[in-house]
Design a binder for this molecule. Structure first.
Ligand SMILES: [Zn+2]
Length: 266
């Protein structure tokens, strides 16, 4: 029997992914501070999380790697698969089972395969394809769209879900540099990967009134991704999810039984 695939956003890029009967947490973030606000609820605190079988962390920024809060999670031996610069920080936070993956390396974590894909952001970043129980999910952290990402399904096979950032974040003080893919680029990647379902993430985030005015520019409306995807790849469904709302992704029904009318004539 196929185990259910369930995606629950905690907030921002932090998700619980139940796959192959196991639970993975992505990019832990459980708090806020000046200039860093999720802009949506934080559905769970570390003490309220279910038992985790693995954690993936795309990069070291506070809104993706809140180890100060996540250290309150009681299972310090949970396997952490992280970007290289996160290793020392995670060990210092008390986690004992931490490993880094370079892009295109993969690790076996109990019955899951976690493969690292490249990313491009303001700092070093990796993204992840998580597979188990015949299902597979791409978690894109907050990367820009780079050409290598279009090859993911050639390397790892079809995806059930792609969790894609969509806010096109620009940093005003860095010459208005873009550091995250925008809705249109996320839709382009959706068209290239053709997951069975695309789910936007990383959009509600705000630097607060002052932060958004002085430092950050971003698109906070996931409907822009929904519209772009509908235009570029109308046959791939998109689902916008709210923190704490579990989304169950049905298994691929496959071609179904042959009926007399669909059977090829000899
Ligand atoms: Zn970041």
């Amino acid at each position: 029997m196929t185990e259910p695939l369930v995606i629950t956003r905690v907030t921002h890029s932090c998700h619980l992914i139940q796959i192959g009967g196991l639970t993975v947490l992505t990019d832990p973030w459980f708090s806020q501070r000046a200039l860093y606000h999720p802009g949506e609820p934080i559905a769970f605190q570390p003490e309220q999380l279910p038992h985790l079988d693995a954690v993936v962390i795309s990069h070291e920024h506070y809104d993706h790697c809140d180890l100060e809060a996540f250290r309150r999670y009681p299972g310090k031996d949970v396997p952490l698969v992280v970007a290289g610069p996160v290793v020392e920080k995670a060990r210092k936070a008390g986690f004992s089972n931490v490993r880094a993956l370079e892009p295109w390396q993969s690790a076996q974590v109990s019955d899951l395969t976690i493969a690292a894909a490249p990313g491009k952001h303001g700092v070093y970043e990796v993204t992840y394809v998580i597979s188990g129980g015949g299902r597979s999910v791409y978690f894109a952290g907050d990367t820009l769209l780079i050409p290598e990402l279009r090859t993911l399904t050639d390397r790892y096979g079809p995806l059930d879900v792609a969790l894609l950032p969509v806010n096109g974040l620009h940093i005003r003080m860095a010459g208005n540099k873009q550091v995250v893919m925008n809705a249109e680029e996320a839709a382009e990647l959706t068209a290239a990967l053709r997951p069975r379902l695309a789910v936007p993430q990383h959009y509600a985030f705000t630097g607060g009134t002052v932060g958004d005015m002085l430092f950050l520019k971003s698109d906070k409306d996931p409907a822009h991704f929904v519209e772009a995807a509908r235009r570029l790849v109308p046959d791939v469904p998109v689902k916008v999810i709210s923190p704490g709302e579990p989304l169950t992704v049905d298994p691929d029904p496959g071609p179904g039984p042959l009926t007399p009318s669909s059977r090829a004539e000899p």
